[in-house]
Design a binder for this molecule. Structure first.
Ligand SMILES: O=P(O)(O)OC[C@@H](O)[C@@H](O)c1c[nH]c2ccccc12
Length: 389
């Protein structure tokens, strides 16, 4: 570390704040270090005379790019950490995604390995999104959106269902599998399930689009959108880049999930604005008090989801909804006229009654209804009465 001492003089960085997982690229250390042994090839002048090597200018540019990538990664993680966000974005030095040899040979827990499932999902998403972006650049998506049909009123549908039934409006989730529960339903026909949900009285539908961890897809979202149903659709994704919001809009979403455990405040502000611009509702998900505080400090949020499942450990505790709605939080939510959605782990009419009592006007339910042979009847079981009437 001593070799990096001259970094202290950089106006934008401080050595003490370097996250240990995010080491600078070698070229960076090389450039700024007085102590590192100088290899012959480090001297552009000498190397330039060797035939077949890259030019000093090329190497400089490559170095500059690596430094930039590393700096951006570092600041992003630092900003996030200062807001209590534990999920780190994929460090530039993380292990390759393709097979490079036996797993045992890779370095574990040196900061290059995801610390929990949410971090693993987010790191994988980073790679996935950069590949998708290359294939469909934002400019192309924007052109499609110009001709896309109007979105449906997601929040309005929840409010209408709540006033019609006196029960929380239901967002019924089309979910084939999850990392914590494995496959939930073998005979999985997304459109059939969506139809059954709508018939059973769901106000809105949630469609998982993550392929690797939830066995969902954007094709499912699109197919459900094209099936002629009325319910507004939530795109259930791990959004880390605004590009995904545009993509979801094209594939038929009326709303999109934004997870506060993953996104710093500035990203949430920016993404909420993009959602408004595109006619989408943003469901901003929180799991603890700190995230609730952060989200309540952001203007323009209409819909907050309280996840009863901790996405880092998979623990489910429905009293989390109650805890996060007590005291000042509850008052602020009321003043701001925000609709709260109770999410995850709801199986019985008692559970629904419990979160309603806590103050939610909507619930998001997957497992307990998707597992039933008739998911529409599953809804009747969940509420203890037929809510389709
Ligand atoms: O199947 P459950 O326990 O009823 O949960 C549904 C929904 O809340 C859950 O799928 C969920 C809530 N937030 C998420 C974020 C990503 C993936 C999935 C989720």
């Amino acid at each position: 570390m001593e070799g990096l001492i001259s970094l202290k003089s950089s106006p934008r960085t401080s050595l003490s704040s370097f996250p240990s997982f995010n080491q600078p690229p070698n070229s960076f250390a090389r450039r700024f270090s007085m102590d590192l042994p100088l290899r012959r090839s480090s001297f552009p002048a000498i190397r330039a005379q060797q035939p077949g090597t890259i030019s000093p200018k090329e190497e400089d540019e490559e170095d500059a790019l690596k430094v930039k990538e590393w700096e951006v990664g570092m600041f992003q993680n630092e900003v996030a950490a200062s807001q209590g966000i534990r999920i780190r974005r994929r460090p530039p030095t993380s292990p390759p995604l393709h097979y490079v040899g036996p797993f045992e040979f890779r370095l574990q827990n040196d900061g290059n390995t995801p610390r929990n499932i949410l971090e693993e999902i987010v790191w994988h998403k980073d790679t996935e999104v950069s590949q998708m972006k290359e294939r469909k650049p934002l400019a192309t998506l924007k052109k499609f959106i110009e001709n896309a049909p109007l979105t449906r009123d997601f929040v309005g549908a929840l409010k209408a269902a709540h006033s019609r039934t006196g029960l929380p409006g239901l967002i019924a989730e089309v979910k084939k599998a999850s990392p914590s529960r494995g496959i939930l339903r073998e005979d999985f026909d997304p459109v059939e399930i969506a139809r059954a949900y709508e018939k059973g009285g769901a106000a809105c539908l949630s469609v998982l689009t993550d392929e690797k961890f939830f066995k969902g897809s954007f094709e499912n979202l699109e197919a459900i959108r094209n099936a002629g149903l009325q319910c507004p659709l939530l795109c259930k994704e791990f959004v880390i880049d605004a590009w995904q919001i545009y993509y979801a809009r094209i594939k038929g979403a009326d709303a999109i999930l934004l997870i506060a455990a993953v996104l710093p405040d500035l990203d949430i502000r920016y993404m909420v604005k993009i959602c408004k611009m595109l006619g989408l509702a943003a469901l901003v998900e929180v799991h603890d008090e700190r995230e609730m505080d952060r989200v309540l400090g952001i203007d323009g949020i209409e819909l907050i989801g309280i996840n009863n499942r901790n996405l880092e450990t998979f623990e489910v505790d429905i009293s989390n909804t109650k805890k996060l709605l007590e005291g000042e939080h509850g008052q602020l939510i009321h003043q701001k006229d925000i609709i709260v959605v109770g999410e995850s782990g709801l199986f019985t009419p008692d559970h629904v009654g419990y979160v309603q009592e806590a103050g939610v006007k909507a619930v998001l339910v997957g497992e307990s209804i998707v597992k039933q042979s008739d998911p529409g009847k599953g809804i009747t079981g969940l509420f203890g009465k037929d809510i389709s009437l």
